[in-house]
Design a protein around this ligand. Structure first.
Ligand code: HEM
Length: 427
């Protein structure tokens, strides 16, 4: 086990679990939207339905999972002290759910009032979350690449929030803002700054720990987040004039830095101490390969311009990279939290019985089936960008994929209850 874990700092299990168990439902909603609206969502990135779909994934699925993970990860992995995690989660979790719902409704109905309501609710819920977790990661005495990456990611989340609220206000009040370039800045901070840097920071810790690889080289783990945030900074400095060829050069540099993280992780995978390929590992691998494919695909617009290529890049980034890696991480993090909490609980009961190990929380075969469903869903989603008739089946498959994930995660949550209730007999 990793030497630097502060187990005693772990928050109550209900804190991260409410976020983790909610996340897949936003994926189910995204699938439903695609099933209902079909190919209209895969034609242009600016269609209202497409923006709704994007935010069901980024501000629903991803944000829920990542906020929950941070509340667990910051105290346990960095020793950071989160102020009253129970209260924070009780307040932030419903606010983020409502805010994401309002934003999606705003895109679909194009109602100014809904855009304003979404903006205020996000500003309140996410703003409060950012303040509390920032205090924790800035005050922790821990040092190292993971803490630095977390700090950068949280700062990037703040920029994403600020630009997102500005965009929503601009749309609500009909302000004369340069919306597409501002949305490009917002998207870069959201996906490149917040999501990818957080993912890298967490990987530095969990990949060697759970996948038994050597550590990421120090030059890489320290350099990659700074390189990425520098590219996102240069991208923002182009605002509002994103003219060619500068736009393509900066975009490609950002994707290349992102892909270097994929390549490095695959390189570490090749040097694993034990060649066990569990489902979580397969999800991780899929995400890293998607990052490499993303780099190849980002070259296409240099030779051939088509709005669908942008949509293809979006599908690959959201469902190939982020969705896969979060799915894989949840399959490791939740059994690990179960084990951690059970070990503590068994300790307080004074029993000699050992808690069940992580593999006993959910049969591997259940996760493996969902991985195959996810793989097929990703394939059909990517095809649907070019073959319109596949859009609705892709929506249905996405619902199945996320529904299965929701079911599996619930089973892991119930396994905790089950093993906890069995202790008194054992004692
Ligand atoms: C939390 C993480 C977030 C991420 C990763 C994110 C990501 C994105 C992305 C990738 C786009 C471009 C969509 C496309 O090209 O199809 C976008 C657009 C947009 N986002 Fe977000 N977003 C986030 C949060 C928010 C929040 C909190 C708000 C507002 C309250 C918001 C409001 C908007 C608006 C209004 C647009 C579209 C602007 C337009 O129509 O020109 N986003 N976002």
């Amino acid at each position: 086990m990793h030497p630097n874990l502060s187990f005693e700092q772990a928050p109550p299990i209900s804190v991260p679990y409410r976020f983790f168990l909610t996340a897949p439902w936003f994926g189910i909603a995204a699938g439903l939207l695609l099933l209902v609206q079909g190919d209209a969502l895969l034609v242009s990135r600016w269609a209202p339905g497409t923006l709704a779909l994007v935010h069901l994934v980024v501000a629903g699925f991803m944000l829920q999972a990542m906020c929950g993970a941070l509340l667990q990860f910051i105290p346990v992995a960095t020793g950071g002290n989160i102020w009253r995690p129970h209260w924070l989660a009780a307040l932030v979790h419903p606010l983020l759910m409502v805010a994401a719902g309002l934003l999606v409704a705003a895109f679909l109905a194009q109602r100014p009032g809904l855009f304003m309501a979404a903006g205020y609710t996000f500003a309140l819920g996410l703003g409060f979350f950012i303040v509390v977790v920032s205090l924790a990661v800035w005050r922790t005495p821990a040092q190292g690449a993971t803490v630095i990456a977390l700090r950068i990611a949280i700062a990037a989340l703040l920029v994403t929030l600020a630009t997102g609220v500005t965009l929503a206000t601009g749309l609500a009040k009909g302000l004369l803002l340069p919306l597409p370039p501002l949305a490009d800045v917002h998207a870069a901070w959201g996906l490149g700054g917040w999501a990818l840097i957080l993912l890298a920071g967490v990987s530095y810790f969990v990949v060697p720990m759970f996948q038994l690889t050597p550590a990421y080289p120090a030059w890489f783990s320290r350099g990659m987040p700074w390189a990425l945030v520098a590219v996102v900074g240069i991208w923002s400095a182009l605002f509002p004039d994103f003219s060619e060829p500068l736009r393509s050069i900066v975009l490609l540099s950002g994707v290349a830095v992102a892909a270097s993280y994929g390549a490095m992780t695959l390189h570490l995978h090749a040097r694993r101490r034990r060649k066990v390929s569990d489902t979580s590992f397969l999800f991780f691998r899929l995400a890293m390969l998607s990052l490499l494919l993303l780099l190849l695909s980002a070259l296409i617009p240099l030779f051939w311009e088509d709005e669908r290529i942008t949509v293809w890049l979006g599908v690959l980034a959201l469902f190939g990279v982020f969705f896969s890696v979060i799915n894989g991480m949840l399959y490791k993090i939740m059994p690990f939290i179960n084990w951690l909490q059970l070990q503590r609980y068994y300790g307080t009961r004074g029993t000699q019985v050992l808690p069940p190990n992580m593999n006993q929380m959910l049969p591997e075969s259940r996760m493996r089936i969902q991985f195959h469903v996810h793989l097929a869903t990703l394939g059909v989603l990517l095809l649907a960008v070019w073959v319109p008739v596949l859009a609705r089946p892709a929506g249905l498959m996405l619902m199945l994929d996320c529904g299965w994930l929701a079911f599996n995660l619930l089973q892991i949550g119930l396994a905790y209850r089950h093993f906890k209730d069995r202790v008194p007999e054992a004692a």
